[in-house]
Ligand binder design. Structure first.
Ligand code: HEC
Ligand code: HEC
Length: 531
């Protein structure tokens, strides 16, 4: 198996039907709904620990439960009222979910992070399953051995041509899947786990209160805000958000949220007239929320969010930019609340308060020409954020993230949207050995860059991919070309392309560029989540 087919670049496509607001749920309601709606096909087992056939022996995320219920409706003929479906989803997600630790490292599919190249995919999953969807889809489920085997049967029953698809046609797919892959999945992702037993017993935090938020939107830049979370019904909240973008302009919005399984935060919020989704995880102590917020209509356009619960104590959430240069004076934004003027950026870095808002401070920072380089803490009013600020003397290297990405043509009356891709530049200084590209390089963080495209190789140059495949804007957002054959191109091929995305960062007069590969291709009709 070659390298290309071992990795799968994830994309989630445009609009997604999302989990609606949950209703107040008791276990009784959930079980009754199953009895009333599912038993014409499923059966009662008589085993109180696993009362319903096929339903009780699996645990999954709210999104996966929604996908299964959707399949019952669209493929199997389940009829269920909207109200009952909401209660059922909440019941299944709460009672047959994953512990927070069981979702760690795989949350990118829930967060709809575009262009993830999955890491550490188990070999057997890479060979057997990556042809159609992420490895995280199975990594975010827990099943009995029998249910992993039934999943294999389901795949072949549902997709009889599976054994003829690329990667499967040259191997006895079914034999391997049933005799080997399902056993390994059952060992790696078992139904019963200590983590889940512990999480079920754990007291769940109440998230109501004010939160200090730091985040990024590709087309708006970094922002800081206060998110007020107000209780509505059990596990449901009303939201208000107010804050500022990095350029000082105001941000405000309101919305609502549901918490599944004690920590899976899903919110709909309209900010400055745009409808967004939040997919966050709450920390076990209920003091941190983190995840991704993105446009409901275009989930590629989004960014990571970090929030800390505000109490009376001062809280520093983030610093931006995350680097300052020796011998220079710059402005720094410190996001957080209850911050007064006791700002300590360590030896050799002086800070002067310029302005103060409810969600951030602006400070003028002067860095001594001899200040120690490297990463240091930022402390304000006794609240310390470790490793928050890098002092550097020279930008040595720029990495463009993601390092490999796929955008997909669309629009032009094709019935599917363009799938954009987006880029950021991460700067590094050389570290103690003075050499760029070694293990001791110091990460400076995201830096502003100018964006350009180049053909990736001679073929791309010859085919003039640059002219047809798409364009990149000043924010690093790439928009692919229109769908369909293009009469101007050789053999009327479509607007596919193989490009280099080049991000150039100016460090004074010193310009440092980084690059990554971008494939522009046809749409992916298997979406990460089924609508
Ligand atoms: C009209 C028949 C029918 C009804 C009604 C029905 N199911 Fe199913 N269900 C099936 C069939 C057939 C399968 C096996 C194929 C599959 O997984 O899609 C299945 C499989 C499942 C599975 C296993 C899926 C997996 O990934 O392994 C779950 C869970 C499930 N159903 C839940 C439900 C719930 C909950 C309800 C009621 C709200 C329900 N079903 C109602 C026919 C039905
Ligand atoms: C031929 C393409 C294809 C291959 C190969 C494939 N899958 Fe899938 N898989 C799908 C599709 C499509 C769905 C969504 C089905 C639906 O809900 O309508 C799915 C659904 C799933 C689900 C969610 C089921 C649920 O309802 O909870 C899991 C878990 C899963 N696959 C695991 C695997 C594993 C493990 C392998 C490798 C052994 C694999 N898949 C190989 C296409 C594929």
């Amino acid at each position: 198996m070659n390298k290309q087919s071992m990795k799968r670049v994830l994309s989630f496509g445009g609009a997604v039907a999302f989990l609606g607001l949950a209703a107040q749920v008791s276990a009784m309601d959930g079980e009754q709904i199953i009895k009333d709606n599912c038993l014409q096909c499923h059966s009662e087992t008589g085993d109180s620990a696993a009362p319903f056939s096929r339903i009780s022996q699996q645990r999954k995320t709210p999104e996966s439960w929604q996908a299964t219920i959707n399949r019952m409706k669209t493929q199997r003929g389940l009829k269920i009222s909207k109200a009952d479906e909401k209660v059922l989803l909440k019941y299944l997600a709460d009672n047959q979910g994953l512990a927070p630790s069981e979702t760690m490292g795989l949350r990118y599919v829930l967060e709809r992070e575009p262009n993830v190249v999955e890491q550490n995919v188990p070999q057997h999953v890479a060979e057997m399953c990556l042809g159609c969807h992420s490895s995280a889809r199975s990594g975010l489920q827990r099943r009995s051995q029998d249910e992993w085997e039934k999943l294999v049967h389901f795949h072949l029953g549902q997709f009889p041509s599976l054994e003829y698809t690329a990667g499967a046609r040259n191997i006895p797919w079914f034999d391997i899947a049933i005799n080997d892959t399902s056993k390994k999945l059952a060992a790696d992702y078992p139904l019963k786990s200590q983590a889940w037993d512990d999480w079920k017993k754990a007291a769940k935090a109440d998230l109501k209160g004010d939160w200090a938020v730091s985040g990024y939107m590709p087309d708006k830049g970094e922002y800081s805000a206060t998110l007020s979370i107000m209780p509505n019904k059990k596990d449901e909240y009303i939201l208000l958000i107010n804050g500022h973008y990095a350029d000082g302009s105001k941000l405000s919005g309101s919305g609502s949220a549901v918490v599944y399984n004690g920590y899976e935060w899903r919110a709909s919020i309209i900010i400055d007239g745009r409808e967004m989704r939040q997919v966050f995880a709450a920390s076990a102590d209920g003091k941190a929320l983190s995840g991704r917020m993105f446009l409901s209509k275009e989930d590629a356009i989004g960014g990571y969010v970090n929030a800390k619960k505000v109490d009376k104590a001062p809280t520093v959430v983030a610093v931006s930019p995350t680097y300052v240069k020796r011998g220079e004076t710059t402005k720094l934004r410190i996001t957080g609340t209850n911050l007064d003027t006791n700002i300590d950026l360590g030896k050799g870095v002086k800070a002067k308060l310029m302005s103060k808002a409810n969600d951030h401070l602006i400070v003028e920072v002067t860095v001594d020409a001899k200040a120690a380089t490297g990463v240091r803490s930022v402390s304000v009013a006794g609240s310390e954020l470790a490793g928050a600020l890098a002092v550097y003397d020279k930008l040595a290297r720029v990495e463009v993230t993601p390092s490999y990405s796929i955008a997909r043509v669309g629009g032009a009356g094709a019935g599917y949207d363009k799938e954009k891709s987006l880029y950021r530049a991460v700067g590094y200084s050389a570290g103690k050995d003075g050499k760029a590209g070694t293990a001791d390089d110091v990460k400076l963080g995201f830096m502003p860059a100018t964006w350009t495209l180049q053909p990736f190789d001679e073929v791309a140059e010859h085919d003039n991919d640059l002219k047809y495949a798409g364009t990149i804007d000043a924010n690093g957002i790439f928009t692919p070309g229109g769908a369909g054959p293009n009469a101007e191109r050789k053999m009327s091929t479509n607007n596919a392309g193989n490009l280099k995305v080049i991000g150039t960062v100016a460090d004074g007069a010193n310009k440092v560029a980084g690059e990554s590969q971008l494939i522009v291709t046809a749409p992916d009709l298997v979406r990460e989540f089924i609508r």
